[in-house]
Write a protein that binds this ligand. Structure first.
Ligand code: SF4
Length: 212
């Protein structure tokens, strides 16, 4: 579109009705940044409207892009196991991402994950804000630095601030947050994987204590 930014933002695609289903339906046609063009589909958040806990990740991966649901790939399996080990399974939980389309580069037949750019995160933030405004959760857990920056800005650092209750102003008001690593980092931790997993579970146990 002549003269138009590649990241005009999702705002104009938001529906008047702010129910989760209305948001999900509207997000399916979002063209708020260039990521919609190459990805398979929008991967919106999933979980009950009565969710007390929201987990925010970075963006859908290869499997999520194909299946159209968040955290259903390898990182999702780590998260599911860690949630169980942290005692979070019985807490009504909504899972979503800071960016709703898969950002990748092609290498032959493979699609290689690319970290979303700040412009993608900013363009997509109206969807995340709308999800959080609609859900009003007791606690938001940010998984990784992209989610942490998207929700809390640049003042919070994952490795410095992980696993503690943070009372902060966010784009959707004052609330309680916990930040931790993205579960995909545990898959990349090599020989340190067990320790990385244990630290991740310890962070999620802090979240469990806050919502129990
Ligand atoms: S990544 Fe977000 S802003 Fe960009 S097209 Fe997808 S839903 Fe819209």
């Amino acid at each position: 579109m002549p003269g138009r930014s590649r990241h005009p933002g999702a705002e104009e695609f938001l529906p008047e009705s702010r129910t989760l289903s209305a948001l999900r339906d509207a997000a399916a046609s979002c063209q708020g940044c260039d990521l919609y063009a190459d990805a398979t589909q929008t991967v919106f958040g999933a979980g009950p409207a009565r969710a007390r806990l929201v987990l925010v990740g970075e963006q859908p991966g290869e499997v999520e892009d194909t299946e159209g649901a968040p955290f259903v790939g390898p990182a999702g399996r780590v998260l599911e196991r860690a949630r169980a080990d942290a005692g979070l399974t019985d807490i009504p939980t909504y899972v979503t991402n800071a960016v709703k389309h898969f950002h990748f580069r092609r290498q032959g037949k493979r699609r290689i994950h690319q970290t979303p750019r700040a412009g993608h995160v900013s363009a997509c933030r109206p969807w995340l804000d709308a999800e959080l405004e609609t859900l009003h959760p007791d606690l938001v857990v940010c998984l990784g630095s992209v989610a942490t920056k998207a929700v809390l800005g640049n003042d919070v650092r994952v490795l410095r601030d992980r696993g503690t209750a943070l009372e902060r102003d966010s784009t959707v008001g004052t609330g309680t947050f916990v930040v931790t690593v993205h579960p995909s980092s545990i898959l990349r931790a090599g020989a340190d994987r067990d320790a990385a997993y244990a630290a991740f579970v310890a962070d999620l146990k802090v979240a469990a204590a806050l919502v129990s």
